[in-house]
Design a protein around this ligand. Structure first.
Ligand code: ADP
Ligand code: MG
Length: 694
């Protein structure tokens, strides 16, 4: 527990934030930093030296002895390498030193990070470069410096660099539009993100007894418990004492790091919880979400709990996702997705809305791929999370407005007017009608879009890179037209009307879980990629490569590297899961079932000799034997198929999906049947009841 009890005092106390910088830096140094952050200008080495010195003094006062360049390699988690501040004085003593050069650039042996073929092995060096737009902080005795990570030849090897590029790009294009609406004030448009994080907590001792949880983060086996989540008694229920002390501790640690942790509650599944921070700019939100995930895990361990971030730790109960709330706002805080009160504000809103719908429709595949992973395959389309088909929910009011614009008809019969963009006032959009449909993958919720397809364990970088980039693309096309228009209002109306007309197929307000929607989506020509293996190859379509290269988000090799890494990671995850299943089935489940069968047989023989009724035993033995046979066959098959995985990554992914996963399902169904037949005393690990209702 901390010695500071006031939250405002605690908040951000371990962050070298703007307030601290203003206090500790000479005025001209602070101004140089501030200009760099707002306009993207370069910092001189003298300024960097001054900042480094102030950072060091501040960090050592907080007990830091080391510094680390903190970066986000393409694995989706974070990496760090710590150096101490010590420098020898030559007479056997040391002083604490930290220079601008050390702050600005670092060298890291990058060879152990996935590079998707971007670096030849002879050139394994990777470099890190300070990102002055996100704050340094002190954690566990080190000064953490957020950095970008790139190769010797300058290719980006991380998730932060393309995110920053996409933020710049959407800002630039959005400003072009704002200028057309007479806004000469705004200097920047900020992509803003609030990422709600779901997770499970389990007792550490139970977790430790399951190899599947330890090696893969999810249960690969487990018969359904007698009680699931059907009573809905967990959702928003009272939080258990152990969990609530974990949450208190977690909040305190996050607040120290300046993370705006705001809400916490129980989720739908037993043992499932959620944390939502207040939204910030996309870059900070992404850094913060990485820290939230990391600190959740560490903090859980302190409370004898384990935090599972896997998308689907348990079959049959809800999995975990991440809701990515996204919007665009000007540097003075004007939200560009807020429906306005005047015709001009309305028109601006409708233009941004039209651009968003156009982007989502044209780049469905790109968006789908940013949430594609082996773990998320268990959720998307599974009737608990959004379907794998991308569509946008807008609610009745907005749909009616769009209809009226498309058809050139009156908006609502009782109002006798047409709705002309830029001329008429739009009726107010009641906020509470916009958030009803929980089955939609992308819902408009009043003044932001909630992208609900993200997996709980993934970085939020890629989905936001995609959202920013598709938005930049459509805004730039609109700006090209409008900048040359003779009659602005007329051109604007035509543009918006055309976009709504062309892209209306992406709008869907019905039940996204239903079978009818799948059929309807096919009729509309929307893509439906039910798994990552099927989705991922669509990432590197010509049109996507063209988009990201044209906007300078990725070079083609950088983009292809991301594709290679996603495929590789899918293949590795399924392979590890399959091998873990074989191991557990062969060394734990089969022996347990056979021991129990033998015990029953022993009793059966004695009873038969004494002519005592033994129907129960003989039926049980029969069922056990049938299922042990089935299990053994399934193990044997899976082992053989695992030996025949194709070498080439795309073919391997298809093979894992089409052959290995069905093989895993066969093992699981025999094993779970055995669990229901075998005495509890013989079963080798905690069951779903033990884990979920501890
Ligand atoms: P709920 O989804 O429970 O209705 P809220 O609407 O309060 O919750 O917000 C959910 C998340 O969306 C929070 O992280 C919040 O900070 C974030 N959020 C709110 N407004 C915006 C916005 N304009 N842009 C991005 N995120 C936002
Ligand atoms: Mg939400």
């Amino acid at each position: 527990m901390s010695d500071i009890f006031s939250v405002p005092e605690l908040f951000g106390s371990d962050v070298f934030n703007e307030a601290t910088m203003r206090q500790r830096l000479p005025e001209q140094v602070f101004t140089a930093w501030k200009t760099c952050v707002t306009t993207g200008s370069q910092l001189t080495l003298e300024v960097a030296n001054e900042i480094a010195e102030a950072m060091k003094i501040w960090a050592t006062e907080k007990g830091a002895t080391h510094y680390t360049h903190w970066f986000q390699p393409m694995t989706g988690i974070t990496a760090e390498k710590h150096d101490s501040f010590i420098a020898p004085t030559g007479d056997g003593r040391v002083i604490m030193e930290f220079s601008g050069k050390e702050l600005v650039k670092g060298e890291s042996d990058g060879s152990s990070f996935p590079n998707g073929g971007l670096r030849a092995t002879f050139e394994a060096r990777g470099y890190t470069a300070w990102d002055p737009t996100s704050s340094a902080f002190v954690k566990d005795g080190s000064l953490y410096i957020p950095t970008c990570f790139f190769s010797y030849t300058g290719e980006s090897l991380d998730k932060k660099t393309p995110l920053l590029r996409s933020m710049d790009e959407v800002s630039r294009e959005a400003l072009r539009i704002l200028r057309l609406f007479g806004d000469t004030e705004s200097k920047r448009v900020i992509a803003s993100v609030g990422a709600e994080q779901e997770y499970f907590l389990l007792p550490k001792d139970l977790y430790a007894q399951r190899e599947d949880l330890r090696l893969t983060g999810r249960t690969l086996f487990g018969a359904q418990p007698p009680k699931g989540q059907e009573l809905d008694d967990h959702y928003f229920g009272t939080i258990r004492t152990r969990v609530s002390s974990f949450m208190k501790d977690l909040d305190e640690q996050l607040w120290r790091l300046g993370i705006l942790s705001k809400t916490k509650h129980n989720e739908g599944a037993p043992c499932q919880h959620e944390l939502a921070p207040i939204y910030t700019d996309a870059n900070t939100a992404c850094d913060d979400n990485q820290l939230i995930m990391e600190i959740m895990k560490k903090c859980a361990a302190k409370h004898n709990l384990v935090c599972l971030l896997h998308e689907k730790p348990f079959a049959g109960v809800n999995g975990s996702g991440k809701h990515n709330n996204w919007s665009l706002a000007t540097d003075s805080g004007k939200n560009l997705f807020s429906p306005g009160k005047t015709p001009s504000q309305n028109a601006r809103f409708l233009l941004f809305l039209a651009a968003f719908l156009a982007g989502v429709d044209e780049y469905q595949d790109f968006l789908r791929c940013t949430v594609a992973s082996a773990g998320n395959d268990h959720r998307l389309g599974g009737g608990e999370a959004p379907p794998a088909i991308i569509s946008v929910f807008l609610g009745d009011e907005l749909n009616a407005i769009i209809r009226s614009i498309i058809d050139g008809t009156k908006y609502r019969e009782q109002q006798k007017t047409l709705l002309r963009v830029g001329v008429d006032v739009m009726p107010p959009i009641p906020k509470d009608t916009t958030d009803r449909n929980r089955t939609s993958p992308l819902a408009f919720t009043g003044n932001k879009f909630e992208f609900r397809m993200l997996g709980s364990s993934q970085s939020v970088a890629e989905p936001n890179i995609a959202l920013n980039t598709i938005m930049a693309e459509e805004l730039s096309r609109f700006a090209d037209v409008l900048e040359n228009a003779l009659d602005f209002d007329k051109a604007l109306h035509e543009l918006v009307c055309e976009a709504f007309t062309k892209h209306q197929r992406i709008l869907f307000d019905g039940n996204g879980y239903s079978e009818e929607w799948k059929e309807e989506a096919v009729r509309r020509g929307l893509s439906n990629y039910p798994s990552a293996a099927v989705a991922l190859p669509s990432l590197i379509q010509e049109k996507n490569i063209d988009l990201v290269v044209r906007h300078g988000i990725y070079t083609e090799p950088e983009f292809r590297a991301r594709y290679a890494i996603h495929l590789e990671s899918y293949n590795k995850i399924v392979a590890i899961e399959a091998r873990t299943m074989v191991d557990m089935a062969l060394h734990q489940i089969l022996p347990a079932a056979l021991r129990y069968t033998k015990e029953l047989c022993d009793g059966l023989t004695v009873k038969q000799q004494l002519s005592i009724p033994c129907h129960a035993e003989s039926v049980l033995v029969k069922h056990l034997s049938l299922n042990t046979e089935a299990l053994y066959d399934a193990i044997d098959t899976l082992r053989h198929t695992l030996e025949a995985v194709p070498k080439e990554a795309e073919a391997a992914a298809a093979y894992y999906h089409d052959t290995i996963i069905p093989g895993m399902n066969a093992i699981r169904s025999a094993a779970d049947m055995l669990e229901t037949l075998t005495a509890k005393t013989h079963w080798p690990y905690p069951t779903y009841s033990d884990l979920l209702f501890y």
